[in-house]
Structure formats: C-alpha cells, structure tokens
Write a protein that binds this ligand. Structure first.
Ligand code: BGC
Length: 762
C-alpha cells in the first residue's frame, strides 16, 4: 500500500498549483458571448435560467417541480440536481440543447460531499487528518468521479463553524476552528476546481451554508441564529471567505436568519459582504426551498420572499420555483428590476461558459470514463489512506493497542459486521453494499493468524420511536431476530473466550447529518449496557467508535482500555480500521471539535473568552465562572489525539524577545519521539493576546506542522509568526493587530502547550 504522501503526489499531480484565473481577455470574450446570447433571450427565458430543479434520486424535501421535461424544452430550467450517470445527464442535456429555443445547456449539481462513489470519511473525519494534502485529495477524487458521472457542480464544501455537537450537521464540516476551517475550505475548493474547467475532471464548488448555519440555537437544525457582528467576523465568517478567496464558483445560502433577516433575503450578507467586500464573482444559489421557507419565517408570501431573495443578491432558486412563478409579476409591479434579473441570469450563464458547456454540453458524459475512473483502485487506496489518517486515538491505557496478530479477539457490536453505516450521512451516490465492514477488514489483514470471534451484542438502537423515525428516512436499521437479552448474553460469553475485546459501537449514520440533532449525545443506551457488560468480564476492551459528532464519553473513558474514534470511515472502513488496530498505520488524527463532559457544558470550545471571574479549575471559591457539578474543561480538548508512540516537547524558543512592526518572529520547539513506534505528531501553534481593545479568545490556533519521527528521533519545529497572525476584528470591524504582549504557545493539543512571551511593538 502507498503512503499518504506518495498518494498525494500521485493523485495531486498537476492540480496542486494556483487556482483558476480568468484572464481579462477571456473575460472579455465571455462577456461578449453572454451579452449576445442574452440579447436573444425573452424575460421568461432569463427567469428560466434562475430555476434549479431536482430530478430523481435523493431529495431532502418535497419535489415542487412538475413536468420537468417540458420545462426544460421551454427554457424554464437553468440547472438540474440529483441526476447523475452519463446517460441520464445526456438525456436531460439533450432536451435543453436540442429542444429548447436557444439551446442553452444545463448545470448538473449534486451533493458530492465526501466522495462521489468512492466514499471517504465524513467531513469531520477528513478534517481530523490535519493534512491539507489529503483534504484536497479527497475533493480531487470526488471531482474526478463526479465529473466522470455527468456532474459539473458539487454542493461542497460545507464550511459552517460548529460549536454545538447536538447539531447533526457538525459531521459535515471541519469543526469549531476558524483558522483550521479556512485551511480546509481552501483545500477543498482547490481539490474540486483544480486549475479551472478546461479539462473535464473538475467541477464547480459551492460553499455553504452562507452564513452562520452552524450557530443554530440549542443545536437544533434550521433554528434561529442570533450573533453579534464581531463574533461573526472573528469566528464564523473566515472559512466562507477563505473559500471565496480560493475561487469557489458558487455560494449556497443558509436556512437560518442573520440579523433577523433570513440569509436567503439578506442583502447585507449577499451583496454588501459577499460581493462588495469580498469581491465574489460567482453565483449564489439558495438552499432547498429556502425561498419558500421565508414565508414560514414570517417575511411575506411567495411573491414577496422571491423578490426579496433576488434583490438581496440570490441568483438561483433551488426547487421552490418562487422565481419562476413570481418574478415576472414582481417586475411588472416594480418590485424587482430588470437589471437584477439580468445580473442573476448573466452569472448563471457565465458559470456555464466557464465550464465550457456552450462548446461541449456533453463533456462530462462519457460512459468510458465513468467505467474507468469511478471506484478505481487508486481512488479506493486514497479513501483508505484518508480514513486511516482521520482516526483519533482518544485513550490507550497500558498500550493495549496496537493489537498483536495472534491469540483470540472478540469482535462485538452492531457496527462490527455492518456495511450500511460505514459510509456515513450525505454519501449520496455511495453504495454501502460496497463498503468494507470491520469484520471483513480484520479478516483481510490477519487471515487465520488471529482467532476472531464475532457477536453482535446489541442492536444499534432499541428506542422504538427513534428507530421508526430513522427507518422512515432510509435508515435501514434491522432489529435482530434475537432478543436484546440473548444478544447481550451471547456477546458476554464470546468476550470471555477472548484475550481482548474489540467493541465497535456508536451512532447509526442516520443519527447524524441534516435534521439529525440529538439532545443526548452519548452512545445509545442499549449499546452502553453492552459495553458495561463487556467491561465487567475483566477483559481488556478496545472501543472502536463510529459517530458523526463529539460524544459524551465519561463512563467509557473511565472504564475501557482504549478508545479509537473512527467517525464514519467511508467505503474502505474495515481495511482502514484493521490497519490502525494492528499497527500498520500509527494513528495521528486530532480532534477539530471539542468533546464535552456532558451536554450541560455545551457550547464548550477551546477558543472561548475569559470572563471577569475566570475559574482556575482548582479553588473552592464560589463567585467564579464555573459549574457546581462538573469541571469547566472538556473531556477531550480541540487538537487532542494520541499516538502509539509518545512525544516529548522541549521549551518554546523565540529568536527575539521584542519584535517590531512587520518583522517575523521565529518560534521553535524540539519534539522527540520518546516511544517505540515511528509516528506522526501534529505540532500546534496557538497565540494569546492578553491585552487588547476588545476581549480576545484565551488562545487561537494559528498554525501547525505534522511531522514524522522515528523512535528516539528529535526534530526542531519552527513557526514564522508574523503580524498577520496577530490580527483580529476590533469594535469597528477592522482587521488589525495591536502592539503589546503576545503569548506564543506550542504543543500537542489546545490544552497541553508550552509557552513563551514576546513584546511586539508597531
Ligand atoms: C441541504 C444542503 C444540500 C441541499 C441539496 C439541503 O437540504 O441543506 O446542504 O446541498 O439540500 O440537496
């Protein structure tokens, strides 16, 4: 098997360079082409371009569009989503190109979120690699397969910052940190769009959900967001901005409100911020029926909300057909301008032009390419590598891991011999029947060298109300024919025969993702009971966790021997898990979202502010910012993750005690592999700004380096700190740095750091 770095080189090849730049000459050519076309278009045809319809396969809500074929013929459709495969796409494209009056080709979008058919780990897992080469690679493979399957537009990356693990969609993003989230956003856009759209293996990316969708109150999906501007700018907006700066071709509005105006009608957001301040040149699409939903938000009927969306800067209406059915009337009544319609239409046509669809509308419709490239050995190897790198070792007492390839293992749990849940939520085109179960992966690796005994031990859930709901939405969770007691007893007697128990437990994939929020974020009760019974056997228990969010794991952490967090690992799940359990790959993933001790701590995140009465975690003083019943600190902090080896840090060395103006400060630290395995460490740089004109986070991530160390090897890691890393948004929302003391912190996670102080003058 190839190493991560070899794969990155192999697959990234030519696409790691700069992003697409449309030259001025190209722009002029495009403008003239689009202008000429638009002169021929009727008002209805222009409005038609703003209409995005869902056809076929998966949907997340009602299909409003009826009679799509005839709408395409009449020029009433600008794009289609949820349809793929070269043949299906060709069929619809032919309707547009051959049978509509002006022969304008369609866009074909889809939720290619963590791989198309070669499913990678869920996005939260991909981010946990802290390896932007691999992040980019996952998007590159996804784009290659999607574009081979007829698609030219993906609704990814999802870059919503999330501090609330109750929110099911935390699984779809990169976690809680704006700096890391921005790095991931850039890498994803690069992976999808490559150097542009001249070839046929890149797709338009769509940054979503603009904006602040992850800030939903109480972690309940679609819920209200209410946030100060300074909080938006400092913590929530940077990843969207990074994706826009990286050249993302489109932006999707979010369902929530921003400053008491739904994002989809928010002119400040879509026009002032996105277009004027950030210089975004692509097109804006709504989320699924987000225009229509503004009626329920309480800002008007369909005609009113459609007009507001267009006036705010929305170009394309997903599914709801508010634009299609009301904009003409709104124009006649002076509620929208022809300029606004023209601008939106132009942006959609420009995207089609940039893709080259006017030259070759079928450029993504090659059956040959689909057969050759989709789920190629190379892509599967990439998925396996990314999965291995995404796992986070949360506990490893007495070095129970890696396992020896000998003796007897009891493999227990509803996710142990399971394919359905391996690929996680939003694996739209993925075929779970092709996923490698953990049982199969272990067998593939150890063959007959290990005696592997299996027992299911529990259903994924015994809660009938939740089961019913999950199964009504494609959960496919089958309750075992055996009673819960029989399952548990069988598991316990299996465990007793083994040297070590590997319990594969966690969430069903449908318990995560969109509209899958939970108020209790522990392992389901029946699985917890199984785990307790396994621990009671006295055998060492390795918990392999699968889940789409930070979970509350207090009991588990106190009682099991080892915990390996594997998220939902994707199509190569079993092979990747086996590689890590048996030490073929030494885990190096790090958390990108804090694991709370209990739901009552939420939101708990590393880059919080100090209060006026900060609690030191030790004293018994009453009037401090603290809980009576639990500590303030989380169970596992941001950046946390262990290795089979251990790393020892030296002190932070600064090359200057005082720095002036735009000078760079070199901050170094030595890291030694003090254990017995070769392994990677993610050396993290945090900066604190103890005195500023506005209150600052206690620390903020500003860099990291992932290094490989052989046993006994020491490396010096150096970060160049520039004033750019000291900047923040002040009360006037200016992005500035202020002179004074800064504390440079370097360490293995956000809590465990070594510090040195520096004085920075202007
Ligand atoms: C989701 C989006 C997704 C869209 C299209 C919506 O329900 O919020 O993330 O891209 O559906 O499928």
């Amino acid at each position: 098997m190839k190493t991560g770095k070899q794969l990155v080189r192999l697959l990234a090849g030519t696409l790691m360079g700069a992003l697409p730049l449309h030259s001025m000459a190209q722009d002029a050519k495009m403008n003239s082409y689009v202008s000429t076309l638009m002169q021929k278009m009727t008002l209805e045809e222009k409005i038609g371009q703003l209409n995005l319809v869902s056809v076929g396969f998966d949907v997340t809500g009602p299909i409003v569009s009826q009679d799509v074929d005839s709408k395409i013929r009449k020029g009433q459709v600008g794009g289609v989503f949820n349809t793929f495969t070269p043949n299906a796409v060709r069929k619809l494209q032919e309707l547009a190109v051959k049978e509509s009056r002006l022969h304008i080709p369609l866009l074909f979008g889809y939720d290619v979120i963590h791989g198309h058919k070669t499913i990678f780990p869920i996005a939260l897992g991909i981010a946990s690699t802290w390896d932007m080469g691999l992040v980019e690679q996952s998007a590159r493979v996804a784009a290659t397969e999607a574009s081979a399957d007829g698609l030219n537009w993906t609704y990814s990356p999802m870059v919503d910052i999330a501090r609330d693990p109750r929110w099911g969609r935390i699984s779809e993003g990169a976690g809680e940190d704006p700096w890391l989230g921005s790095e991931v956003a850039k890498a994803m856009v690069k992976g999808y769009q490559g150097n542009g759209f001249d070839g046929n293996n890149t797709v338009l990316s769509c940054v979503k959900h603009f904006a602040l969708y992850g800030g939903a109150e109480a972690g309940r999906d679609y819920n209200t967001v209410d946030m100060s501007r300074i909080k938006m700018y400092q913590y929530y907006l940077p990843p969207y901005r990074a994706a826009v700066d990286a050249g993302a071709a489109s932006v999707m509005t979010s369902f929530n409100e921003v400053d008491a105006v739904p994002a989809t009608a928010n002119k400040w957001l879509m026009t002032d911020l996105l277009r004027k301040q950030w210089g975004f040149k692509g097109f804006v699409v709504t989320d699924y029926t987000a225009v229509n939903e503004m009626t329920a938000h309480g800002i008007g009927d369909l005609q009113q909300v459609s007009a507001r969306a267009l006036n705010a800067g929305v170009d394309m209406d997903m599914v709801g057909e508010g634009f299609l059915t009301t904009l003409k009337q709104s124009l006649q009544q002076g509620k929208v301008s022809l300029t606004a319609i023209n601008d939106a239409c132009r942006r959609i046509l420009e995207a089609k032009y940039k893709l080259g669809l006017f030259t070759d509308p079928y450029k993504y419709c090659s059956e040959d390419r689909a057969a050759k490239e989709i789920m190629s050995a190379e892509h599967l190897a990439a998925a396996r590598t990314v999965a291995e790198h995404s796992f986070v070792l949360l506990k490893n007492a007495q070095q129970v891991l890696p396992l020896q390839q000998s003796g007897t293992i009891a493999l227990i749990g509803p996710l142990a011999n399971n394919q359905r849940d391996m690929i996680g939520s939003w694996s739209a085109a993925g075929d779970w029947k092709k996923a490698v179960s953990i049982a199969t992966g272990i067998k593939n690796l150890v063959g007959d060298k290990v005696n592997v005994l299996y027992a299911k031990g529990a259903n994924l859930l015994d809660d009938t109300a939740i089961l019913k709901q999950l199964n009504a939405n494609g959960g496919e969770i089958v309750a075992d024919a055996k009673s819960p007691e029989a399952l548990l007893n069988e598991a316990v007697s299996t465990a007793k025969q083994a040297d070590v128990v590997v319990a594969v437990l966690g969430e069903a994939s449908g318990m995560t993702g969109e509209a899958a929020c939970r108020s209790n974020i522990g392992i389901p009760d029946n699985q917890e009971a199984l785990l307790q019974a396994l621990v009671a056997t006295g055998k060492p228990v390795v918990l392999v966790l699968m889940n789409g969010r930070p979970m509350t794991l207090g009991w588990e952490n106190a009682h099991v021997s080892a915990i390996l967090e594997t998220w939902f690992p994707g199509i190569e799940a079993g092979n990747a898990v086996a590689d890590v359990l048996f030490g073929k790959y030494n885990p190096a993933g790090r958390l990108t979202a804090t694991f709370p001790r209990s739901v009552g701590q939420i939101p708990v995140y590393y880059n919080h502010k100090n209060t006026g009465r900060p609690y030191d975690g030790k004293s018994n003083e009453k009037y401090k910012s603290r809980y009576l019943d639990i500590p303030n600190d989380p169970l596992f902090p941001f950046g946390y993750g262990l290795s089979y080896t251990s790393f020892t840090y030296g002190d932070v060395q600064l090359d200057k005690q005082t720095v002036t103006g735009n000078q760079a400060l070199q901050a170094s630290i030595t890291v030694t592999n003090s254990g017995k395995y070769a392994g990677e460490e993610v050396v993290q740089l945090y900066i604190s700004d103890p005195v500023a004109s506005v209150t600052r986070s206690v620390k903020e991530l500003k860099g990291y380096q992932k290094i490989m160390l052989q046993p006994g090897e020491t490396k010096t890691v150096t970060f160049a700190v520039t004033p750019e890393l000291l900047k923040f948004y002040n009360s006037d929302l200016q992005y500035v740095w202020e002179p004074g003391e800064f504390i440079i912190q370097i360490g293995t996670n956000s809590q465990d750091v070594h510090s040195a102080s520096v004085n920075w003058t202007k």
